[in-house]
Design a protein around this ligand. Sequence first.
Ligand code: MGD
Ligand code: MGD
Ligand code: SF4
Ligand code: MO
Length: 701
Amino acid sequence: MSIPTSRMAFPSRQEDLVEVRGVCPHDCPDTCAWIVTVDRTTGRAIRLRGAEDHPITRGFLCTKVNHYLERTYHPERLLHPLRRTGAKGKGRFERITWDEALDEIAQRLKEIIERYGAEAILPYSYTGTMGVVQGQSMDRRFFHRLGATRLLRTICSDAGFTGLIYTLGAARGTPPEAFAHARYIILWGANLLTTNVHLWPFVREAQKNGAKVVCIDPVRTRTARASDWWLPILPGTDGALALAMMHVIFREGLEDREFIEEHCFGGDQLRERVMEWSPERAAAITGLAPDAITRLAREYATTRPAVIRINYGLQRHAGGGMAVRNIACLPALVGAWRDVGGGLLLSTSGAFPLNDQKLERPDLRPRDTRAVNMVELGRILNEMDDPPIKALVVYNSNPAAVAPDQAAVHKGLSREDLFTVVLEHFQTDTADYADIVLPATTQLEHWDLVKPYGHYYLALNHPAIAPLGESKPNSEIFRLLAQRMGFDDPCFQDDDLTIIRQALESDAPELAGVTLERLQEHGFVRLNLPELYRPFANGHFPTPSGKCELYSERMAQDGYDPLPTYTPPNWEKSSYPKGGDGELLLVSPSAHYFLNSSFANVERLLRREGEPVLWIHPDDAARRDVKDGQMVRVWNERGDFLARARVTEDVRPGVCMTPSVWWSKLSPGRRNVNFVTSQALADMGGGATFHDCVVNVGPAD
Ligand SMILES: Nc1nc2c(c(=O)[nH]1)N[C@H]1C(S)=C(S)[C@@H](COP(=O)(O)OP(=O)(O)OC[C@H]3O[C@@H](n4cnc5c(=O)[nH]c(N)nc54)[C@H](O)[C@@H]3O)O[C@H]1N2
Ligand SMILES: Nc1nc2c(c(=O)[nH]1)N[C@H]1C(S)=C(S)[C@@H](COP(=O)(O)OP(=O)(O)OC[C@H]3O[C@@H](n4cnc5c(=O)[nH]c(N)nc54)[C@H](O)[C@@H]3O)O[C@H]1N2
Ligand code: SF4
Ligand SMILES: [Mo]
């Protein structure tokens, strides 16, 4: 296939160009509105830019999505259905027609249902696209109607999300626009300049106006470097830091008594609980100095407005849920919710009451089907019984790179008796294991509606170009499969615009006046909330008590400590940190030029990311005879991977870091970081524990 890139195309005449509004589909808090320029004469998209009139996008896209056209027109885009001809994992396929592909899938699924029951079928999807049409509607209806095993989509955010909901009652938070008004900003396990770039201009504006920006992260990230104070905490120990901050706040009488009295539940119990959490005690756990902890607490409690940005990296630990719960108590304690520019932001997703029942139709389930946790894919494929998983349908995800414990995942995917279908843009690590690969459209080629989790603007994606090759939208693929399976509920005929209308059918005040027509006109619409929305300024926490639950009866019922407590990371149970020559802690946060494993095959971004790299502190490197620039092996009981050592003080002693997630087949030795990460679950929500990982490091040879 040879489609010229936009740079090589002849300059188009102005009157041949049209602009189409859309939205970035990626799993990123920014959910940017974009404008695609299409040449009508060729039907090609020739330019993509951020919408200038979107208050968060502000006319720019990130370094990854600036290459979305290159990704879309990539010479390796999958353009027709394929059937496997070689061994699983080898990536040898032949071209087949859509009819052949769909008939074969329907026939295999029917055989499996006949023999093992529909629960032998498992969908596996995550947020390759955040759109409701391509990832949360026709697909869900199909698997519900089938009676397939349900997938708990926990891999990213569920631990922290659960801790947040226990405390605040809803995933709502300080709007990005309000950050510009803050005087004290804590970026807590959040690498904005890589993962949330559109929040940065607001932080920068505040900083220019004199706000202090604090970054709590084991790594001196780009963001930590641009902050005023870097606190290099030991991974997984943030819960203890928050407890000690509360200790100082109560001890020194810095709490907002009125806010606690009126809007919090359990203030007295919390005061008593945190008496035992002196900065000295927390210092021994977090690896921070007691003075630093005291200073942080004082500055936070006495500077207004004060805001905390938590992102999800923080909670990928055994105690991640409790850590977020503890941190979420802080703004109420000091009354920060009162102020424009005060409060906390983890997610805004709870403010978008889309009609999930209509979209997903859980009522189509023939019975109460079993559910499995996506983090445990390795165990599910290898150990699950009664019935075992016999068919796996993967879309919007690349589990053979992103799921933990890859040795188990690859072993499971290699099973000859497992029928695997993969809907993809590219021949990923996962697609290499497929029996049938189906080519999917990208955001330039299909309709969608995207709900953000980092601000309050809903956006519509209008297709800009025709589907490339024979690719089809996920929604259409599941529509066709439903036909082949003989599903006759009328919902299986809904077209994409109907699905979008259904999503918006809601009586919720936030969606009042948010219609498809308005979305079609403007591309995006703000929820019916004020610009400088203060979600909990007057309390109204949607918890059982209607207050911010410093004490949570619901947690007690669910078997947790009802008060903030410290839940240690799993690494504390290992031999670490007994000897400086022993094991190290490994965190594998987001790579700057990839988005999870998306874009990790786009040449220009691959070149910028370079190769898998391991940041290691000079003291730790010296003890292991590791030199800067040398290949190292990183290993533990689960497996190993190779990376180039970068010896640097930008990571604290005892911790190493590798930007993620590389495709395994594009990594040295064909193994990426997830060969060492674990399937262990976090304390809440069944979340993943990617950053709670103990490894050995040594020269590669
Ligand atoms: N460029 C880029 N952007 C992305 C992504 C990407 O892969 N690349 N991924 C997207 C997705 S899916 C998500 S969920 C978000 C994630 O957004 P973030 O949460 O910002 O991403 P991470 O890089 O995983 O983690 C943030 C920081 O947490 C630190 N960290 C790890 N463990 C701990 C800890 O125990 N305590 C503290 N205080 N810090 C810790 C890491 O060192 C890292 O610098 O980003 C989205 N945006
Ligand atoms: N070690 C380590 N592992 C991690 C993380 C980490 O920080 N460290 N981060 C974790 C996090 S936060 C997350 S969210 C998960 C993310 O895991 P995934 O959701 O699996 O994310 P991606 O790797 O981006 O893979 C998405 C795939 O979906 C495909 N896709 C995109 N749009 C469409 C579409 O419209 N149709 C179809 N059929 N396919 C499409 C893309 O081509 C891509 O291959 O990874 C987790 N894994
Ligand atoms: S990945 Fe995030 S920052 Fe980049 S364009 Fe998409 S929404 Fe914007
Ligand atoms: Mo994520």
